[in-house]
Design a protein around this ligand. Structure first.
Ligand code: PLP
Length: 391
């Protein structure tokens, strides 16, 4: 067979070209726009944690850490799961440190889903899920979240109908990016029922576990009856401590699952960066008050952006968690979020993400654009000022 060097990308990854974030961030730079597209904070994490990273580098913590992660971080993660949720994990066999949640999710899907297995995801879904499922040769089965009573949720019958003989896993992201939903206990019970009935694995993405608003409470799926034994939970330091560039995450699961994840992960990156691990261990033990203040400030920023979007003529869905607001563009007379998102930078100098890129069923999300509010107040205010010129 001839080697085709003109189209070197393997077929299963075609269609996953440049991510929308790279495209929209480049557009932001080119047009000098305010970037409310990609979700990263524009202020730093807790100073004590930053100092701990510097100290780790200066004191020789610069060689390969153990593949499973530094013992002090694995212990800190186990303590956090116990103190916050009452979940017990053995730091030696049931906690594994990864290069961000992204690698934790990828290693879990690659380790646990066979080619042809189906993985249920709630759409709009975080963009790495689709690519990771494709890498594994597995098949994604989306279940659509739709606005209902001021928040996005799913129809339990649709979820049940999505489960079939090839279903292996349900990927559950709560608090949910980009919908902003924090699943209720009843919603989680509907998911857990199917997992128990059909012997499915739950893979949970809990990176926004601390960033919930008003009376929304993050409930790990593993705390529900019979779920700890079949749940692989993933979280990371990026969102909790405003260090998205540190790429330090973790998987907590029963030992056989962690061994499976290890088998894959050790050959992707072997280990995650050492200095960050020391600093995150410090932060999990010492900086949770800082995180509580971050949560309060993000809630205020959410309200600031929602009020501004409404004043500019959008219909905003007030999120219960995360960094993001979904804005319905139809009250302004627009119908196609992709078209609007591509025009916004030139028109008014603001970048947002068209929500339809997070769906298989693009029509379900075509009238929404996603704005991030993890930004300084003056940045949000200026963006809102500019968006008001749309009306
Ligand atoms: C940001 C984000 C991630 C990635 O986390 P990292 O620790 O940076 O890899 C994963 N899932 C969701 C839903 C996110 O928003």
């Amino acid at each position: 067979m001839m080697v085709d060097v003109t189209e070197p990308l393997v077929p299963r990854m075609q269609g996953f070209g440049t991510t929308i974030f790279a495209e929209m961030s480049a557009l932001a730079v080119r047009t000098g726009s305010i970037n409310l597209g990609q979700g990263f904070p524009d202020t730093d994490g807790p100073p004590g944690m930053l100092d701990a990273a510097v100290e780790a580098i200066r004191s020789g913590g610069n060689q390969y850490p153990p593949g499973p992660g530094l013992p002090e971080l694995r212990r800190a993660v186990a303590e956090q799961r116990r103190a916050r949720y009452g979940l017990e994990y053995d730091p030696d066999t049931e906690v594994y440190i990864t290069v961000g949640a992204t690698e934790g999710i990828a290693a879990s899907v690659l380790a646990l889903a066979n080619p042809g297995d189906e993985v249920i995801v709630f759409e709009p879904y975080y963009d790495s899920y689709a690519a990771t499922i494709a890498l594994a040769g597995a098949v994604r089965r989306p279940v659509t979240l739709r606005p209902d009573g001021g928040r996005f949720t799913f129809d339990p019958d649709e979820l049940r109908a999505a489960v079939g003989p090839r279903t292996r896993m349900i990927l559950v992201n709560s608090p949910h990016n980009p919908a902003g939903t924090v699943f209720t206990r009843a919603e989680l019970e509907a998911i857990a029922d199917l997992c128990r009935e059909h012997d499915l694995i739950a893979l949970t993405d809990e990176v926004y576990e601390y960033l919930t608003f008003d009376d929304a409470e993050h409930i790990p799926l593993a705390t529900l009856d019979g779920m700890r034994e079949r749940t692989v939970a993933v979280s990371s330091a990026g969102k909790t401590f405003s260090v998205t560039g540190w790429k330090t995450g973790w998987v907590t699961a029963p030992a056989p699952y962690v061994r499976a994840v290890q088998t894959v992960k050790q050959f992707m990156t072997y280990a995650a960066g050492g200095p960050w691990q020391r600093a995150v261990a410090y932060a999990l033990r010492n900086e949770l008050d800082w995180v509580a203040r971050l949560r309060d400030s993000l809630q205020a920023k959410r309200d600031r952006l929602v009020a501004g979007l409404e004043a500019a003529g959008f219909a905003a869905v007030r999120p219960q968690g995360t960094y993001f607001v979904q804005a319905d563009i139809r009250p302004l007379g627009f119908t196609d979020g992709m078209e609007l998102a591509l025009a916004l930078p030139e028109k008014v100098g603001v970048v947002a993400i068209p929500t339809q890129v997070f769906y298989d069923d693009a029509a379900a999300g075509s009238h929404f654009v996603r704005f991030a509010f993890c930004k300084k107040d003056e940045v949000i205010d200026e963006a809102v000022e500019r968006l008001r010129r749309l009306g």
